[in-house]
Each structure stands twice: as structure tokens, then as C-alpha cells.
Design a protein around this ligand. Structure first.
Ligand code: CP3
Length: 361
């Protein structure tokens, strides 16, 4: 069967619906928990696969992407899985070279420099260029056999633009931020082109079997409220509206969507949450749970936000912090997670303590 023909009833029935219940605001027996980067380098079995395969080869090989996605699900009592891939597969599909260098991170050797470089970008047919992600999702959804739901994801336009201009991760994002003032029109042109790809890509992931979608605005730190509204929120909203519209037109069931505006100010978080274009708002580790709930109101699900570095404390302290966090957020409309990706040398026993703490409330 081709993935585009697949509907929900073609997959095994879901056995653990805590994550989806929390997304919809239904009661849960225990708070659902998953971890950003849960299939990553802190797992010895991932290190082993990495010893023999390049990072993007794993992403591009559905059997390997599936096996990697399932690694943390086999080990831990997690309530959701997330497809093994990367946000940078979109710049690749648009024609830019992206390498993953061990110890360095992603490198784009030929970044965009000025607006004329936008013309270098392709408008990819995602069903062709990113078919490998769809195939990995379909295979993983089948192999999961209904154990937990499968989340698909993308980077948000501003974050992807940042990588395309900076040529990799960057502590100041100065080149990308300069564009916002120097070339506002061209910036919107670039963000719009990326958004068009993202919309098709998310629809493709849902049709392939993704049961929720997360949009990572990892570079939210670099935007004040005005810039966030203009260059992030606007596209977050457009993505959600167009994905929902396309799925509805094709009579495909809708899935919950998570916006993760990492580093965004509380005002920006409030703007995004109160727009209700996303059922779930992910919070980074600097946000105070009580303040966040007070600001966004009761009818949005919140996700997060333990400091990934808290997993270097004692097991007792981790369990205690996890319990405290759940008590502050409350069990209703809440999904536990870290406030950013898990770090590569996190002890396995800390991950177990975190999950135990969340589920003990
Ligand atoms: O969460 C999961 O388990 C699913 C897989 C996943 C990866 N990257 C795998 C990965 C997801 C959801 C991502 C998202 C991603 N990728 C983001 C958004 C989240 C965030 O961290 O803000 C970003 C910014 C990227 C880009 C990226 N990929 C960076 C900056 C790096 C290097 C950083 C680091 O930790 O070294 C990557 C590499 C990467 N992506 C790894 C993994 C498992 C490690 C690469 C390796 O094995 O060499």
C-alpha cells in the first residue's frame, strides 16, 4: 500500500492515549511524558548505530529511522514517540547542502548571503524529495503496533532561515537578525517559500501516519515581541491554518499541533497561545509554570519544561523536581517534557527517574 492511501484505521489500535487525551483537554490517569531528542546520543544503542552510519543516512533509511525512533520506547515508560529525523531536511530538500559534523553539529557550507541567493532555492516536491520521511513514519507507525502515538515535526520558518543564513548554529544569529532590518521584504519572501514547503511536508507526514505535529521555533530567543509577531507568529498561524485546511479538503482526520517557541518572551507565548491555532504550546526551561498557566488561560495544553541540566542531579532530586513540576502545571491539559533537547551525556538512570517522577503524581 502506498502511504498516501493510508488512513488511521489502517494502523493497529492505539493502546496508550494519554498524550492525545491531554492534547484534547480530557482527563488522564497519569500525566503523559516524552523527551525532546529522546532518540539521541545519550543512548548507547544510538551511539552504536552512529558508529556505522552517517546521521542523515539514518534519517534517509526508513528501517534505520524506525529502529532509532523505537530505541527509547523499548527502554522507557514513555507516552509518545517522535520520528527520527532533523529539522534541516527542509533546507536539504530546497537544494542546500547540510552536513552533520560530529562534535560540531550541522554545517551548511554554502549559506545564503544576500537576497539574490534566494533564487538558488528549489521549490521541492516533498512527496519525492522527502518521501523517505513519509516512508519512515509509515513503517514506524506499523512497527509501534499501537504502543504509543507517533509525533511528526518540522522546524519553523524563522529557525530554518537562521540556519540557511548562518551556515549552522550560531550564538548571536546576527546575520539572520540583520536581514530583518535590512531586507524586510526579501525576508518575508524567504519565510514564505520555506512556509510553503513546511505546509506540504506536515500534510505528507500526517497522511503517512503521524498522529501529532510539533513545529520547532528553536531560534525564538532572538526575537523581541515585535519581531516575533511579524516573523514567527504570522507563519506559525499560516502553517496551522493551511495544514488543517488541506487535511479537511482531503477528508483526512486532523491531528493535534504543538508550537514550541523556544526562548520566546512571555508576551509572545501569550500571543501564540491565545490565538488557539495550536492545541499545545511547548515551553522552554526558563518559563515559570505557574506564570505560564496564568498568562495563557485554562484552555491550551502546555508541554515542558524541566531544565535538561536538572538530569545531572541525584535521582531523588530529579524525581522530586519532576513531581513539583507536575504539581505546578497540574494534571489537566499538561504534557511533561524537558525544556529543550536532552544532552548527549545524560545518565540513563536520570531519564528513568524523570519518567518515574512524572508518573508518580
Ligand atoms: O527528538 C527526537 O528524538 C527526534 C529527532 C530529532 C533530532 N533533531 C535528531 C538529532 C529532532 C526532533 C531534532 C530537531 C532539531 N534539529 C532541532 C529542534 C530542537 C532543538 O534542539 O531546538 C534543531 C535546532 C535541530 C538542528 C540540529 N540537529 C542541531 C543544532 C544538531 C546538533 C546539536 C547537538 O546536539 O549536537 C543536530 C543533530 C542531531 N539531531 C542529533 C540528533 C540525534 C545528534 C547528531 C549526531 O548523532 O551526530
Amino acid at each position: 500500500m502506498n502511504f498516501v492511501d493510508i488512513m488511521d484505521h489502517d494502523f493497529p489500535a492505539l493502546q496508550n492515549d494519554r498524550f492525545l487525551r491531554a492534547a484534547k483537554g480530557e482527563t488522564v490517569d497519569k500525566v503523559p511524558v516524552w523527551i525532546m531528542r529522546q532518540a539521541g546520543r545519550y543512548l548507547p544503542e544510538f551511539q552504536q548505530i552512529r558508529a556505522n552510519h552517517d546521521f542523515f543516512s539514518i534519517c534517509q533509511t526508513p528501517t534505520l529511522a524506525c529502529e532509532t525512533t523505537l530505541m527509547p520506547i523499548k527502554r522507557f515508560d514513555l507516552d509518545a514517540s517522535i520520528i527520527f529525523s532533523d529539522i534541516l531536511v527542509i533546507p536539504q530538500a530546497m537544494g542546500l547542502v547540510v552536513e552533520m559534523r560530529p562534535g560540531v553539529g550541522p554545517v551548511l557550507p554554502n549559506p545564503l548571503i544576500d537576497p539574490k541567493d534566494i533564487e538558488r532555492l528549489k521549490k521541492p516536491d516533498v512527496g519525492v524529495e522527502l518521501k523517505y520521511v513519509a516512508d519512515a513514519i509509515t513503517l514506524t507507525r506499523k512497527t509501534l503496533n499501537g504502543k504509543v502515538p507517533l509525533i511528526g515535526f518540522t522546524g519553523a520558518p524563522w529557525t530554518l532561515m537562521g540556519y540557511m543564513l548562518q551556515g549552522g548554529g550560531n550564538p548571536t544569529m546576527a546575520k539572520a537578525r540583520c536581514w530583518l532590518y535590512r531586507y524586510p521584504q526579501e525576508t518575508h519572501d524567504l519565510l514564505q517559500r520555506i512556509t510553503d514547503v513546511i505546509v506540504d511536508y506536515l500534510v505528507l507526514q500526517v497522511k503517512a501516519g503521524a498522529q501529532a505535529l510539533q513545529v520547532f521555533e528553536s531560534a525564538g530567543d532572538y526575537l523581541n515581541d515585535h519581531l516575533f509577531t511579524e516573523y514567527s507568529f504570522k507563519y506559525f498561524k499560516q502553517i496551522s491554518e493551511r495544514v488543517r485546511k488541506q487535511l479537511a479538503e482531503e477528508q483526512h482526520p486532523m491531528v493535534p499541533m504543538i508550537a514550541f517557541p523556544k526562548g520566546a518572551t512571555m508576551n509572545s507565548i501569550e500571543i501564540l497561545a491565545k490565538d488557539h491555532s495550536y492545541e499545545i504550546i511547548g515551553l522552554d526551561w526558563k518559563v515559570d509554570p505557574t506564570e505560564a498557566r496564568a498568562r495563557v488561560g485554562p484552555d491550551v495544553t502546555l508541554q515542558g519544561n524541566l531544565d535538561p541540566c536538572a538530569l545531572y542531579g541525584s535521582e531523588e532530586s530529579i524525581e522530586e523536581r519532576a513531581r513539583n513540576m507536575v504539581e505546578k502545571f497540574g494534571k489537566h491539559r499538561y504534557i511533561a517534557n524537558l525544556g529543550h533537547g536532552i544532552l548527549p551525556d545524560t545518565p540513563i538512570s536520570s531519564v528513568e527517574a524523570f519518567i518515574r517522577g512524572v508518573h508518580s503524581v
